[in-house]
Design a protein around this ligand. Sequence first.
Ligand code: SAM
Ligand code: SF4
Length: 336
Amino acid sequence: MSEATEMPTKLVDRFGRHVTYVRMSVTDRCDFRCVYCMSEDMTFLPRAQVLTLEEMATLGKAFTELGVRKLRITGGEPLVRNNVIWLFQQLGRLPGLEELTLTTNGSQLERLAGPLRDAGVRRINISLDSLDAERFRRITRVGDLDKVLRGIEAARAAGFERIKINTVAMRNRNDDEILDLVRFVLDRGMDISFIEEMPLGVIDDHDRAEVYMSSDAVRELIATRFELVSTAETTGGPSKYFRIPDSGTRVGFISPHSHNFCDTCNRVRVTTEGQLLLCLGQEHSMSLKQVLRSHPGDMDRLKQAIVKAMDIKPKGHEFNLEAKPVIFRHMSVTGG
Ligand code: SAM
Ligand code: SF4
């Protein structure tokens, strides 16, 4: 194809933002059913609709050839997908990729932390909303806290450069554990980010507005016990970071409601079905599965499709907790 010589080496949208970060969901399935993320009885996608691991590896290659430097693997629970380590091994050796990382609920880490580290993963995010076994089970509906804690220890032993805990802060659900969670990461040299709940998907038995807790409220609470020093550090995401003096620990706040991070958005997402989502809070998307399956092996065509999709990346999201959700995708489908 003659256009091959004109293929851009960067992804730039209409607003001049460079897309260098892709989050890829490798499964919509999960062994947990967190109340803010999934309904109790979920219907998962038929296998044929889900991208194969080979297709995902091809996407990773296309994105890195277009200047993407960071890939985050997520889901659903990425580590429940069969043979997912093979995908990490393929992605881990892509030239140009500076960072391969994942977000996990930790349930499979006891078994997989070592192989992930060997595949080239240097940083890892582990979700943990409570240190109380019974409460942990209530929030995840089925999760076993001990297993996750053993997974966190396995990750520490495997030698990841950074381990970050992700906690969704919820009023009257886990706000009384926020200080304990900070102490937990501080004692282990890890980081923590507190996330404001986002209205993704309709969940019957969970009232998001009732449990909503702003990042400012979480930060004020932490500041009653720990000194927080503001830093300009970024990990390429929407987190605002603080350092706890005399420790390596960073405390981050991800605040889709209270602070608008769209202006500097550098990311896109790929769903389990190969849908390229240009914005977490909007419906703008393009099917990469269609390109992959109708033109197998045609890397140039795939890259052209990705370049073209940049034209429909919207300026920003419009989340509103009070309004009826306009976004019907669950987080497990979009890939947190
Ligand atoms: N299963 C993995 C996990 O739990 O870490 C990866 C996928 S999960 C969807 C990624 C992150 O999204 C988790 O930290 C989870 O707490 C967060 N999350 C899920 N639903 C959310 C929501 N509605 N608002 C904010 N964060 C959410
Ligand atoms: Fe599963 Fe992660 Fe969603 Fe919890 S947040 S249900 S662990 S995908």
